[in-house]
Design a protein around this ligand. Sequence first.
Ligand SMILES: [Zn+2]
Length: 348
Amino acid sequence: MKHLMFSFGLNAVRLLRLDRLLSSHTQGLGAILMLHHVRPFTAQNFVPNRLLEITPEFLDELLALVRARGFEIISMDEVPERICHPKPASPFVAITLDDGYADLVQHALPVFKKHQAAFTAYITTGFADGTAPLWWLDLEFAIQKMDFISLEMDGIKFDYNIQNDYKKTTAFKAIYWRLRNSPECFLRKVIVALAKQAGFDPLNSTRQLCLNWDGIRALAKEPLATIGAHTLTHPMLAKHEPAFAKDEIERSKAIIARETGKDILHFAYPVGDKTSAAQRDFTVAKTARFATAVTTRPGMIFAEHADHLHALPRLSINGLFQNTRDMDTLLSGVPFAFFNRGQKLNVN
Ligand SMILES: [Zn+2]
């Protein structure tokens, strides 16, 4: 439903030619693009995390489109300067990839090299260690594997008959959002229980899909790559005590710096929406001497972000919208102006 509404909104913006009429007001200084997996398309019906993956072919088209529309592709290192001393005639795009997946090296890096496009990879140390679960993928795998699941959540027993892809998708959405809105310890307990029912180790997906430290050290040596931090265990920081959040932010910076031999100056808040990263976390990232920190709140970058370099919005490259027509509309900034009700800042 959300997908349909979004699609309808993009078409409406295009039909009314709002992207052409308003982009000079809504595009701002540019955008920070957010990607997750870059890998070949798999023809399956039940892929509820599909929005988190794009194909290498689409990445290739996207980089060509960005340049054709006059955006300069810059590294996150250059972003603070471009916000504090704007060049409005030359909008920028910075490309970021979260979590540190191995497909970045296998499928995205060759495309970045082809276009000589800088990018930033945000690393979660527990994914590189193979000790932190990719819980949203474990939920998908558990539902994929089983025909029936039984769960207790908030003292209520839920039985899901998930014998076809439609029922699997419905159950995924129901359980996913219940977990996203719950305390983190509860979420992790449910995932462990589900993986047990389905008969797999919840850390298998981490070990199969994420770069280990050798991979990260090699990536850090690539001239186009900047390495950033994405916590120790990928928690929704705002749901935790201050000392926990501080440790996740500060220690991930120190560990990645030690492993790569580089100063780590950029941070991404896991999950990154309002319920996962808020004012307190922005202050911790600033105090930890990161130059920038990015959320997943949607929006373009404006000069007004100069005072909010640790609460920067991003433009999510959604795997359900892998076409240059929708990307063109998004890069106009018009959909975000509507989403943010005309406000340039969404930082509280
Ligand atoms: Zn993440």
